[in-house]
Write a protein that binds this ligand. Structure first.
Ligand code: ADP
Ligand code: MG
Length: 400
C-alpha cells in the first residue's frame, strides 16, 4: 500500500476520503474524536501545498439531502483544529462543490457536504456507484483513503473512486491497520475480547471467528441477552435476536470444546422503560439476576457483580480488544458497566485496543484520558470485519 509520502501533491487537487461521522446533538458535536484523528493527514497534505478536498459521510441519510445530517458543524470544527478556514460546499458534486473546489488555492482545504446525500454513494448497483465516483474523480488529481471507519463499505467514495485516480493510504489508515495486525498475528496471551453494544447481528459474526483466536470472550451490552436466552433464561423486554439463538448455542458448544471461556453477565440493571436520553431523568433501575430477568423489565447495563467479574477476567490478560458499550452509557444510570470495563483496561498492563464508534466516544465522554489506552480505533464495523479476516473493500482498493 502506498502512503501519502509516495504521492506528488504540491499544487495538485487531492481528494481525502475521511471518516468524520461524529455523534451530534442538534448541530453540536458531542465527541470530536474522529475529526481529530483525521487532522494529521489533512494538515500534512495542506502543508505540502495540496489543494485538499475532504469528504465524508455522516449518519444514515436516505440518499438525499437531510439537514439533520449536514457536515456543516464538522467543517467549522475541522477549521478550528487545523487553524485555518475550511470552505464548506453545500452539495457533493453540484454547483457549490464545483465552485468551492475551483476556488481552492495551494494549501487550502474544503469539505464537501455529506456524501450520502447522493444515492450513488451507497448504491448496490455498480453503474450507479460508478457514475457518482466519476463525478467525484473529476474534482481531483489524486486520492487519499483515510476513512478507516468506512473501509468495510463497498461505497463509491471508498471503493470505486480510488480505482479512478492515483491513490495512497492516509496516516490514520496506516496506523489502524498496523495495530489490528498485532491482534491477528502473534497475539500476546491470554487474549481477552469484550463485546457489547446494540448492533447484535453485526457482532455475532465476529464471535465465530474469534472462537479460534481469543482465549476469553466477555459479552455485555445488548448482545448478552441473546446468549442468556440461548441458555434458556427469560430476558424480559431486553434486546433479543431470536433468529440467532441456534447460532449462539453452537458458539457456546464450540467454545466449550475448544477451551475458550465465555463470560456472560451474572446480574443486570433493568427497568420497565428505555431511559430518556434527552432529559436524562432518573431511571431508577433495579439489579436483577441475569438468569431471571422479570418479563416486564428491560436489561440496560451489566450489574455490580458482573462489573467485578469482568474486571477480574481482564486483570491478567496480555491483550484486550474491546468493542461496544456494556450498557446504555449515554444515560448516567447505565454508564457504570462501561466505566468499569474502561477502568479495567486502564488498570491492566495488557496491550489494549478499543474499537467502535460508540465505545471510543464512551471512553472520552466518561472522562477517561484516551492517551492512557493502547489504541482507540476510529472504526467499529471496520475493525470487527478486519478481525474476522474479511477483505475490506476500502483497503483492497488502496492496494496497487
Ligand atoms: P460501537 O459503535 O462501539 O460499535 P454499537 O453501535 O454497537 O457500539 O452500540 C452502541 C449503543 O449500544 C449505545 O448507544 C448504547 O446505548 C447501546 N446499548 C448498550 N447496551 C444496551 C442494551 N442493553 N440495550 C440497548 N442498547 C444498548
Ligand atoms: Mg455505534
Amino acid at each position: 500500500m502506498k502512503t501519502i509520502d509516495d504521492l506528488d501533491v504540491a499544487g495538485r487537487r487531492v481528494f481525502v476520503r475521511a471518516d468524520l461521522n461524529v455523534p451530534l446533538a442538534g448541530d453540536e458535536i458531542t465527541d470530536d474524536g474522529r475529526i481529530r484523528a483525521a487532522v494529521p493527514t489533512i494538515a500534512k497534505l495542506a502543508e505540502r501545498g495540496a489543494k485538499v478536498i475532504v469528504a465524508s459521510h455522516l449518519g444514515r441519510p436516505k440518499g438525499a439531502p437531510d439537514p439533520q445530517f449536514s457536515l456543516r458543524p464538522v467543517a467549522a470544527r475541522l477549521g478550528e483544529l487545523l487553524g485555518k478556514d475550511v470552505a464548506f460546499a453545500t452539495d457533493t458534486v453540484g454547483d457549490s462543490a464545483k465552485a468551492t473546489v475551483a476556488a481552492l488555492a495551494d494549501g487550502e482545504v474544503t469539505l464537501l457536504e455529506n456524501l450520502r446525500f447522493n444515492a450513488g454513494e451507497t448504491a448496490k448497483d455498480d453503474a450507479e456507484r460508478g457514475a457518482f465516483a466519476d463525478a467525484l474523480a473529476a474534482f481531483a488529481d489524486a486520492y487519499v483513503g483515510d476513512g478507516f471507519g468506512a473501509v468495510h463499505r463497498k461505497h463509491a467514495s471508498v471503493y470505486d473512486l480510488p480505482a479512478r485516480l492515483p491513490h495512497a493510504a492516509g496516516g490514520l489508515i496506516a496506523t489502524e491497520v498496523g495495530v489490528l495486525k498485532k491482534l491477528t498475528e502473534d497475539v500476546a496471551r491470554p487474549y481477552a475480547v469484550v463485546l457489547g453494544g446494540a448492533k447484535v447481528s453485526d457482532k455475532l459474526g465476529v464471535i465465530d471467528h474469534l472462537l479460534g483466536k481469543a482465549d476469553r470472550l466477555l459479552i455485555g451490552g445488548g448482545m448478552a441477552y441473546t446468549f442468556l436466552a440461548a441458555q434458556g433464561h427469560e430476558v424480559g423486554k431486553s434486546l433479543l435476536q431470536e433468529d440467532q439463538i441456534p447460532a449462539v448455542k453452537e458458539y457456546l458448544a464450540r467454545a466449550e470444546k475448544q477451551g475458550v471461556e465465555f463470560v456472560l453477565p451474572v446480574d443486570v440493571l433493568a427497568a420497565p422503560e428505555f431511559p430518556d436520553l434527552k432529559t436524562k431523568a432518573p431511571a431508577h433501575p433495579v439489579v436483577v439476576p441475569a438468569d431471571a430477568i422479570p418479563a416486564d423489565l428491560e436489561g440496560l447495563d451489566i450489574g455490580p457483580r458482573t462489573r467485578e467479574l469482568f474486571a477480574a477476567k481482564l486483570a491478567d490478560a496480555a491483550t484486550v480488544f474491546w468493542n461496544g458499550p456494556m450498557g446504555v452509557f449515554e444515560h448516567p444510570d447505565y454508564a457504570d458497566g462501561t466505566r468499569a470495563v474502561a477502568q479495567a483496561l486502564l488498570d491492566s498492563p495488557a496491550f489494549t485496543v478499543v474499537g467502535g464508534g460508540d465505545s471510543a466516544a464512551a471512553v472520552r465522554i466518561l472522562g477517561f484520558d484516551e492517551n492512557a489506552f493502547g489504541h482507540i480505533s476510529t472504526g467499529g464495523g471496520a475493525s470487527l470485519e478486519y478481525l474476522e479476516g474479511k477483505t475490506l473493500p476500502g483497503l483492497a482498493a488502496l492496494e496497487d
